[in-house]
Design a protein around this ligand. Sequence first.
Ligand SMILES: Nc1nc2c(c(=O)[nH]1)N[C@H]1C(S)=C(S)[C@@H](COP(=O)(O)OP(=O)(O)OC[C@H]3O[C@@H](n4cnc5c(=O)[nH]c(N)nc54)[C@H](O)[C@@H]3O)O[C@H]1N2
Ligand SMILES: Nc1nc2c(c(=O)[nH]1)N[C@H]1C(S)=C(S)[C@@H](COP(=O)(O)OP(=O)(O)OC[C@H]3O[C@@H](n4cnc5c(=O)[nH]c(N)nc54)[C@H](O)[C@@H]3O)O[C@H]1N2
Ligand SMILES: [Mo]
Length: 788
Amino acid sequence: MRQKAKVENYDAPAGGWGSLNAVVHILTQEEVAILGSEILLKQNKPGGFMCVSCSWAKPASPHPFEFCENGAKATAWEIMGKTVTPEFFAQHTLTELRFWSDHQLEEQGRLANPMRYDPASDKYVAVDWREAFREIGAELNKLDPHSVIMYTSGRASLEASYMYQLFGRMYGTNNFPDSSNMCHETTSVALPQVIGVPVGTVQLKDFSDTDCIFFFGHNTTTNAPRMLHPLQEAAQRGVPIVTFNPLRERGLERFVNPQNPLQMIAGGTRISTQYHQVRVGGDAAAIVGICKCVIESDDLAQANGSPRVVDAEFIAQHTSGFDEFAAFCRAQDWEAIERASGLTRAAMIDAANVYMAANAVIANYGMGVTQHKHGVETAKMIVNLLLLRGNIGKPGAGISPIRGHSNVQGQRTVGISEKTKLVPLDRLAELYGFEPPRWDGLSTVDACEGILKGEVRGFVSLGGNFVRAIPERSLMEPAWSGLRLSVQIATKLNRSHIVPGEVTYLLPCLGRIEIDEQASGAQAVSMEDSTACIHGSRGQRKPVAEHALSEPAIIAGLAKATLKANSKVDWDGWVADYSRVRDAIEHTYPDQFKEFNKRMFEPGGFPRPLAARERKWKTPNGKANFTVPKAAFAPPKESDGVYELMTMRADGQFNTTIYTEDDRFRGVQGSRYVVLMNPADMEADGLKSGDTVTLVTEANDGVERSLSELQVVPYDIPRRSLAGYYPECNGLIPLWHYAEGSKVPAAKSVPVRLFKDVPPELIEGGEMPISASRHHSSETSDEIEDDQ
Ligand SMILES: Nc1nc2c(c(=O)[nH]1)N[C@H]1C(S)=C(S)[C@@H](COP(=O)(O)OP(=O)(O)OC[C@H]3O[C@@H](n4cnc5c(=O)[nH]c(N)nc54)[C@H](O)[C@@H]3O)O[C@H]1N2
Ligand SMILES: Nc1nc2c(c(=O)[nH]1)N[C@H]1C(S)=C(S)[C@@H](COP(=O)(O)OP(=O)(O)OC[C@H]3O[C@@H](n4cnc5c(=O)[nH]c(N)nc54)[C@H](O)[C@@H]3O)O[C@H]1N2
Ligand SMILES: [Mo]
């Protein structure tokens, strides 16, 4: 039986005392006395270290404490004193560890020694680094590079990432999926087509110049809390903030800066001036509604001879496709828009009025846009909205996709990509005298398909928890154990490490907060934030595990053991002094990284040049492009009992790292096995608060996907929408259910049916509802856990 969640209304603002309490709680839990120490004062400061949690911008003039509750948790979690030693592994078989929860696995502490899996005893056994490199190199050389995946999670530095992609390409593969393939790849596909850059155009200073902010599908409270500071400053200046989210996320309603005693007493600032609880997947339709208002107001203005409402000059000079888009918006009828968006016409007019009154508008968005079947079209719809009034390439305006991992954007910048057109292969060939593979590599979903078919034989992971983060768990885990080679470079123990292949290595690395001593002294590394600014970062703490190596050292060790010697790549020299890797990055990308070493500690980071910020459009037609949405606009099918499930993050987690079982801001404590549901839907289905249900994916593809014993929580969520937690619900997502164009798993709209669980004692004889037969069948081992 799972632990019951405690549910109560959370009506305090985000931030505030609750925030401080949560940090103190996790700190004592991990016995890290860091609150009183210097370490947090160095977080996100020039000359200090860049937080390992989110990718939000780091200001040039930081607050005295430029960290948030979740950043402090991430720091504490990384530098907790405990280590996972060979003795630990001697005591536990992997079969046994597969019954442990995600929290329990990571909670054991930092990985301390390189380990090799011994199939005979089903245990990890310590091995020498040299022996590990030698065997992995030999194994890689036996495999076809087409069959090897080199995955990256978005935490590795620019230096490590550059070395990793070079190693992979010299080995012969372009199979570089990364966490971005499950995240903002939708952005990286949509934006180049319409504005000619793959990243956002907004910088931190634009938040001071803006006079209106639109916000789609991001839980800022939990996932980029430091962003609440610029939002709060804007709100205090009277800037309207218009939010679209099926859930009323706390920090987008009210925020108290926990570091400001006056605010703590005054109760904080209202953030959103309008809050629209859009239907899950309804954003494109909502934006069509808003654009329709803008375009029809402009039609009226032209008829009356009043000033234009759209920026006609900008549209004429810089864009293409306006007429088709305007005709499309005019032609949509309000009834269809209301049904597709879940909003009233009046609500969309309110939003349009605010938009039309503003001279400079920023649009932010997160996973609520990208992780949908029609996410690419929706991201382009946000661009349409901005283009109408010239809101790209002027101060205070632009598009702001809020990235996830702290360096996920930067990894793409330095060549971690499966898409060859994004990588300067000719330049790499010229610099290093080798012939890089020219074929497009596998994305995350492609890699999963390859694993299922048995075509992928080797998997090297630079961080992350692939098996837990991907969809289709019940098929993927068994297939994963068919790998010939699995190499996991990691800081903490997770599920991907305990589902072994035939030859499996676990290689412990330093974290970014730790001092990285190499031949030339302590090294700094760098990363790119969500606003395309590059920051240097210096480790501050003595490493927790003495046998762990830095990521660059591990990559160099693997490369030397795998590749033929190449006089143009001095792997040892690079490890001795990372500034040489930065020189190599500068040689590869001279426009982007001019004077890299000199500028890496500029306060606020140094911005990469972005053409769209200057209104230069690197699109095929040289224009910014309006596009007409096709599928994204479809009203929901009138369903027969099918719900749309979104999977989301709680306050107590960083992705698959589960710090605590709580989601404080949503008032759910003590269990993550819950499903949030509209009370009217509960009543219609005969459910009461606390009942447990089984969710079954509606897929009709012959695969049974279900998850039982989810506690129903009545919640303010649109009808026919459900919300549950990632990664617990990942087994419900079919692998083929992804965003068209970007292949990002559509984790925010999984069609499911819901059945009330029947207590086991009632199952014998009598009526057996459909859920009962499924009740104990399709759980995977670790889903029985978490009664700590
Ligand atoms: N503390 C902490 N910080 C993190 C992370 C973490 O796990 N913990 N993860 C990091 C990573 S990798 C990422 S990508 C980011 C993720 O940050 P977010 O983009 O905030 O991702 P989610 O938590 O998945 O939340 C998605 C939000 O979208 C809303 N939503 C769902 N469907 C829709 C929809 O159809 N329309 C609209 N408008 N909204 C919708 C949900 O209600 C929720 O508020 O955070 C990063 N930062
Ligand atoms: N259903 C559903 N699925 C999702 C999502 C969702 O919203 N819903 N979100 C998706 C998104 S946005 C993302 S980004 C992915 C995340 O997918 P991943 O990035 O693969 O997963 P993480 O949980 O961030 O990885 C955590 C592990 O990284 C390792 N680690 C931590 N720090 C370091 C380091 O400095 N170096 C190294 N080498 N290892 C380190 C630790 O061992 C830790 O256990 O999940 C995706 N999956
Ligand atoms: Mo992400």
